[in-house]
Design a protein around this ligand. Structure first.
Ligand SMILES: [Zn+2]
Length: 471
């Protein structure tokens, strides 16, 4: 731009050289024009770090429809690769399962011997009921208050893009990481992560990354404090089944399938209430109690018009979604299920409880699946300080009430912290009209800039990393 203006002045200078006065006037005039041109050009070609450009990159990612069950993963990966190229990050696409690409980016550290940092995110989003949304869920509409409406604006395309934006800023300042920083954009989190994070965490590629700490998603916070998660509850899906002698609908007798199942349901409901009461009384957070909710009831003898009414059926079944925090006593809960919820002793025809899914609350070293949030974990202290120095506030660390991909890393004994920097924001993940305010999004980039800088500069080999290497 400047070179162009100088040329303009030079050529003009040649033309008016006959009169010094005219020459001076014209040069002044041209300098003024040049000044105006600079003003116009700076206004019309905003830099990469201009907030409106940062927001428009976020919108572009949100506009790619990666909704389950038919996510356009290839388009998302293509877009993310273009972003990676623009900030000179190495990229690699891994298809552990056909058509389910996982994008891995790398910012090499100066000391490759040190364990690396993994900035994790998933590219898929949950489906949306379009007619219940004010704006189209893939329009990424920015309203007059600065809210950006889109599926994935909170869960978790925001985080994936914020990692990239933070690195863009750090690169612009000339920062050089000591540890390598990896970013992974994985598929399928919203359908269990089996073809995404689970296979990735199991892969040789993952082993070769020598990851020391994983950052993954958290939840929005309606208060000014960011929420941060160090563990999550493990799903136990239990089905209990009662069998009993069938009988006439008018007959009173003991040990019918329905009666026994209802006794169990009453006991389960009492337990549920005892856990929920602790949350209501403020004694425990949602993630700290064992939740149990009935998912289905299956009983009755079908008839062409509904159910046979004068017959007590010989079988009845109920399914429960149970979530167990890693701090709970799993053995005691299993005993409770066998002795109280589905006891063989109460009715000989009662079948023992069966689990459709039962995630372990212990990692592969037999320790509870959780990441320490005290001075024993240097990453925790670094995170606390980094958020504080970027003028953010962290709430008390929590156990995530549902599941995220973090569990696949924690199960391997790796520390993983769930953190999505969204304060003063209603929790709208999986809800209609999911949105994130642009100011909050931009503030989140500053948080990651501070965190990545702190993590990537951390020179010491943490104690637990050494311990793991020795195992
Ligand atoms: Zn998510």
């Amino acid at each position: 731009m400047c070179r162009y203006n100088l040329k303009l002045i030079k050529s003009t200078h040649f033309r008016v050289s006959s009169s010094t006065e005219i020459k001076k006037m014209e040069i002044n005039h041209l300098l003024y024009l040049c000044f105006l041109l600079v003003l116009i050009l700076t206004k019309t070609t905003p830099s990469d770090e201009d907030p409106s450009v940062i927001i428009s990159r976020f919108q572009q990612y949100l506009q790619i429809n990666t909704s389950q069950p038919t996510p356009d993963y290839h388009k998302a990966v293509e877009f993310l690769i273009s972003q990676a190229k623009s900030i000179s990050l190495d990229h690699q696409t891994i298809e552990l399962v056909d058509n389910k690409p996982l994008l891995l980016l790398k910012w090499p550290g100066s000391d490759p011997k040190l364990p690396s940092i993994l900035l994790y995110s998933h590219t898929d989003v949950v489906p949306s009921e379009q007619d219940k949304w004010t704006y189209h869920p893939f329009a990424a509409h920015l309203d007059s208050t600065g809210n950006i409406y889109a599926r994935g604006s909170q869960d978790m395309k925001c985080v994936g893009m914020q990692y990239l934006e933070a690195i863009r800023k750090l690169k612009a300042t000339g920062f050089q990481p000591l540890r390598s920083v990896y970013l992974s954009f994985a598929p399928d989190e919203e359908i269990g992560g089996h073809d995404g994070a689970e296979k990735f965490a199991d892969s040789d590629v993952f082993k070769s990354l020598n990851v020391g700490i994983v950052l993954d998603e958290g939840l929005a916070s309606p208060t000014e404090n960011y929420r941060v998660f160090y563990a999550e509850r493990c799903p136990w899906w239990l089905v209990i089944k009662a069998k009993g002698a069938p009988g006439h609908g008018a007959k009173l007798y003991d040990n019918s399938a329905m009666e026994n199942l209802l006794k169990s349901i009453e006991i389960v409901r009492k337990f549920r209430a005892s856990q929920f009461d602790m949350v209501k009384a403020g004694l425990k957070a949602e993630g700290e109690v064992i939740s149990v909710n009935m998912a289905f009831l299956k009983a009755g003898t079908p008839s062409p018009t509904g159910f046979v009414m004068n017959l007590q059926p010989s079988e009845a079944e109920a399914g429960f979604d149970i979530r167990v925090p890693p701090t709970a006593n799993a053995e005691a809960l299993e005993r409770r299920i066998a002795e109280e919820w589905a006891p063989a002793s109460r009715n000989m025809t009662f079948e023992l409880g069966q689990f459709k899914q039962k995630a372990s609350i212990h990692d592969k070293f037999g320790r509870p699946v959780l990441t320490a949030t005290d001075s024993s974990n240097p990453w925790w202290s670094l995170l606390e300080d980094a958020v504080k120095s970027a003028n953010g506030k962290l709430g008390k660390p929590e156990i995530f009430p549902a599941s995220t991909d973090s569990r696949y890393f924690r199960e391997r004994g790796l520390p993983a912290i769930g953190f999505s920097p969204m304060a003063n924001t209603p929790i709208l993940l999986h809800d209609h009209n999911e949105f994130l305010n642009q100011a909050e999004y931009l503030k989140g980039i500053d948080m990651y800039e501070s965190i990545i800088k702190a993590f990537a500069s951390y020179a010491q080999h943490p104690k637990d990393e050494v311990a793991r290497d020795e195992l």
